[in-house]
Design a protein around this ligand. Structure first.
Ligand code: SAM
Length: 265
């Protein structure tokens, strides 16, 4: 495997972080990404909304983690390109001394992350493959920023569906949970298999981006590894502690992405 810290940007292949950022309205994408976007939008014209729902719940989730749960340490795995309401901004608004380690294997995230973070000494961006928890946790920045005897927010937001079944997503989660103490929280959002409706989109993700597994509710529940879900449990993202009123009947795009936060005991 090449060392992601020194990997060049390869713009001939689509990048998950650039495609996601484009769905959020960002402009940093290349023809290879555009090709994926065209196919995703042709399959489901509302696909941009999927990314927006995910990004919005990230903000609400971190507000809960920093506010009600009082957490001061964040391991944001598969962090993506900096955009609105980044984890450190939301967390540090409530916990000024909160420390955030962003991890992503796409070197473009490091370049943009450093530009955004500037002098924020409580935040770091690591370019690493999160499928190797031991290597991520041993990284000097993770060791310096995180006190592993205190609770940590382990964030795998919009991320685990980009791991194939043979990449053992549950084992990856274990690798992080085993390293953090009781009282740590696990925050997951994930594409949901709703049958025929989600299958066409999954096919488009897999064919054109290469990843994007829509797992069943039972499969996603297993990724929480026995941690106890806080209210309202594992639910469609628009029903996870919404800021406003949510309509009774959700749209298809709202149904196909779920998430929750759980506590390690
Ligand atoms: N967590 C952010 C959010 O929810 O707004 C970004 C989610 S984005 C859909 C998924 C991110 O995971 C991308 O930036 C991608 O580069 C990153 N990623 C995918 N596979 C990875 C891996 N094996 N190691 C580290 N990062 C990975």
């Amino acid at each position: 495997m090449t060392n992601p810290e020194s990997a060049p940007f390869d713009v001939s292949k689509p990048s998950i972080s650039r495609v996601y950022d484009a769905l959020l309205g960002g402009k940093d994408y290349y023809p290879s990404d555009e090709h994926v976007l065209e196919h995703l939008r042709a399959t489901m014209p509302e696909v941009d909304e999927l990314a927006k729902l995910n990004r919005a719940v990230l903000g609400r989730g971190v507000r809960y983690l920093a506010g009600q749960a009082g957490l001061k340490q964040y391991l944001d795995l598969g962090a993506g390109l900096p955009t609105m309401e980044n984890t450190h901004q939301v967390a540090q608004a409530l916990q000024p001394d909160a420390r955030v380690v962003y991890v992503d294997n796409d070197p473009i995230v490091l370049a943009h992350g450093r530009a955004l973070l500037g002098k924020n000494g409580q935040t770091s961006v690591i370019t690493a493959d999160l499928r190797d928890p031991a290597a991520v946790l041993a990284h000097p920045d993770a060791q310096r920023m995180i006190d592993f005897s205190e609770p940590v927010a382990v964030m795998l937001v919009g991320m685990l569906h980009h791991l194939h079944d043979n990449e053992n997503p549950a084992g990856v989660v274990d690798g992080y949970l085993d390293a953090v103490p009781a009282g740590s929280h696990l925050f997951i959002t994930h594409f949901l298999d709703t049958g025929e409706e989600s299958r066409a989109l999954e096919k488009s993700f897999l064919n054109f981006l290469g990843t994007g597994r829509f797992r069943t509710r039972a499969e996603i529940m297993r990724l929480f590894r026995g941690c106890e879900l806080v209210e309202p449990g594992l639910v469609p993202l628009s029903r996870w502690r919404p800021d406003g009123i949510v309509r009774e009947k959700l749209t298809l795009v709202e149904e196909i992405i779920v998430g929750g936060i759980a506590v390690k005991s």
